[in-house]
Design a protein. Structure first.
Length: 356
């Protein structure tokens, strides 16, 4: 059995309508003892590293909670059942899996891949952050960003959104896509569908893991090729981390406008190196990658997290010099002096709206 050693369960006033609305009561019930944490106000992540070591993040860093599971057997059973509820399987042959349950994202890893025992991570969406205006209210974006970002969406600029884990890449991308005109067709390609774009014409494609015989896998690169055949006005890749990056850049360089993707990078300075590493996986040289990236993406939007606040810290664009690819600043927000610091932006790159 699970026990809550010293902290009382959250009162109804502490429960988070975000999580309750994110999936139905039956799905929430599948989380068993973790349900009380998922529905706690402000929780963005629930992290189980051991039966007696459970953490939550309420936007200001992780904090340990005194909830305990009975042991590894209960933790493994919970992980396996959650993954199964999402339509995938977790076993010794497939020891790490992502699934979506409602709007909750669940990731699980089994030993011996996870050396210390079963690892379970739950990402809880903040439903109040679906629209562009709400990001202004939270400080993720400031007023000086608004016109530039709206112009970028309206003119069909291709965007690469970068940042560290939990910096708000998906949140910002979701909000920006809601600014797209309703007569445009958006096709989203994701490993685990979590964008949940509030737009009248959205198609979501999600990867599929292989079956028990190792057959039937469908990767992001395959889905992206299918998306290109589905008459998209805008193509979106939830997270670029493999061959799909080069395919996306090729698409954006051959007439597809208004596209977007996200990329994990701890700083703006890391972005070129991350792209180069992914390009090498596809056998693309650094020089070829630099030319492709500079031509494909009009803006780089980099998010950071400081003192528990997620915000858009820098807007840049790719440029190529003698040393290769770099990100030149267009606009930035200094965390210590949160005024706007502008750099020239060649808006003539973004004069063509997506074709219909």
């Amino acid at each position: 059995m699970a026990e809550l050693a010293t902290t009382a369960l959250p009162s109804p006033s502490q429960l988070q309508p975000a999580a309750s609305a994110a999936c139905d009561a039956e799905t929430l019930g599948a989380f068993g003892p973790l349900r009380t944490l998922i529905t706690r106000a402000g929780v963005t992540d629930v992290l189980v590293t051991a039966p007696d070591e459970i953490w939550i993040d309420r936007g200001k860093g992780v904090e340990r909670v005194p909830l305990r599971l009975s042991g590894q057997r209960q933790l493994r059973a919970l992980a396996v059942s959650l993954i199964a509820a999402g339509g995938r399987h977790l076993d010794d042959a497939t020891p790490f899996v992502d699934v979506r349950l409602g709007e909750l994202r669940v990731h699980a890893v089994l030993p011996p891949v996870a050396v210390g025992g079963v690892q379970l991570s739950v990402r809880v969406p903040q439903r109040g952050l679906h629209d562009f205006g709400s990001l202004l209210g939270t400080g993720m974006i400031v007023a000086g960003h608004e016109r530039l970002l709206r112009d970028a969406i309206e003119s069909g600029a291709n965007l690469l959104i970068t940042g560290a884990t939990a910096s708000g890449k998906t949140t910002l991308l979701r909000a920006l896509l809601q600014l797209v005109e309703p007569d445009q067709r958006i096709i989203c390609v994701e490993d685990v569908a979590e964008l949940d774009v509030r737009h009248p014409h959205v198609v979501q494609l999600e990867t599929r893991q292989p079956n028990a015989d190792g057959l039937g896998a469908v990767g992001l690169d395959v889905l992206l090729r299918q998306a290109l055949r589905m008459r998209p006005d805008r193509i979106v890749v939830g997270e670029c981390r493999g061959p799909e990056l080069m395919l996306l850049m090729t698409a954006l360089n051959t007439g597809h406008r208004g596209g977007a993707g996200t990329l994990h990078a701890n700083s703006v300075a890391d972005v070129p190196a991350r792209l180069e590493a992914l390009a090498l996986m596809s056998g693309i040289s650094e020089r070829a990658l630099a030319r492709q990236a500079a031509s494909a993406f009009d803006l780089v939007l980099h998010l950071g997290r400081s003192a528990g606040v997620r915000r858009l810290e820098q807007v840049g664009r790719f440029e190529v010099d003698a040393d290769g690819l770099l990100v030149a600043r267009v606009l930035t927000v200094d965390s210590e002096h949160p005024g706007l610091h502008r750099r020239p932006w060649a808006t003539d790159r973004n004069t063509h709206a997506p074709g219909r």
